[in-house]
Design a protein around this ligand. Sequence first.
Ligand SMILES: Nc1nc2c(c(=O)[nH]1)N(C=O)[C@@H](CNc1ccc(C(=O)N[C@@H](CCC(=O)O)C(=O)O)cc1)CN2
Ligand SMILES: Nc1ncnc2c1ncn2[C@@H]1O[C@H](COP(=O)(O)OP(=O)(O)OP(=O)(O)O)[C@@H](O)[C@H]1O
Length: 257
Amino acid sequence: MSLSTANLTSIANASTQEDYSCEQATSDLQCINDRSAAFNLQEWRQLERRRLIGVRKNLTPRQRAQFTGDISQYLERLLGGATDQTISFCWPFKGEPDLRDLMARLSQRNNSIALPVVEERSQPLIFKSWRPGEALDRGVWNIPVPRAGKTVLPDIVLAPVVGFDPCGFRLGYGGGYFDRTLAAMAHIPIKYGVGYTISKIATIHPQTHDIPMNAVVTESGVMWPQLQQLGMSAPSANLSGLGSRNARRRNCSMRRI
Ligand SMILES: Nc1nc2c(c(=O)[nH]1)N(C=O)[C@@H](CNc1ccc(C(=O)N[C@@H](CCC(=O)O)C(=O)O)cc1)CN2
Ligand SMILES: Nc1ncnc2c1ncn2[C@@H]1O[C@H](COP(=O)(O)OP(=O)(O)OP(=O)(O)O)[C@@H](O)[C@H]1O
């Protein structure tokens, strides 16, 4: 038996409430698992993505501009001292924050800007260097990609979020591209999620392949995941398929520091 769309939607809605904790979300999932072995996490994620992109698209142009300005400022402060760093950004897509001005400012300060390219579906992304003003081509999903940049490995990866949770896990568009890419990189870059506060949910129900961000930057500030003490009323292992690599990140809060 699979869960009805109405049930999934009510769980998705409940999980957006501020006082709805990771623990609560996990025990709800246990409940669902008890009732139906067929709880479909992929289906749940798909619904959550659709809902969160809808919420994001409902921001007014004025709100979006205001939030984007605040996010850029927090990011600039966070990366302020950066020189000689390779920083990957994303060309704005589907209502993501538009960080093109920040790309230009950081580029002027001797950093290299890179943009991700989907060379092959379901494979890691590659990053190509790009300077503001240089030619772009239309890539997969029509997202602009550098025409002539060389392939680089970023020191800092800025990853737009469709959703994020207090443990710093992100939900993207469902291709698994950032997770695949980060898993394949020989040297581990600093990873910052970038998005709006309205995209925060109680948990993305992380799986073994999900790689958490070091911090998530929103218009409210730089949010750092804080792990709660282990062993505190942690439900039994293996809920929602949480792999051992991510098992420590079950119960977190986020702090602005
Ligand atoms: N601005 C930006 N550029 C980016 C990313 C991103 O998150 N933001 N990516 C980060 O990875 C890569 C592109 N990833 C994407 C993955 C899926 C879809 C997409 O639209 N997918 C379809 C179907 C998804 C599905 O399989 O269910 C859709 O949503 O209709 C778009 C971009 C590289 N460039
Ligand atoms: N390292 C990996 N190796 C192989 N498959 C992976 C890896 N990471 C993720 N995937 C697969 O990609 C699919 C989508 O993953 P997920 O739901 O985490 O996407 P997402 O985080 O929303 O997307 P994205 O990372 O592109 O923003 C899943 O089926 C998952 O198994």
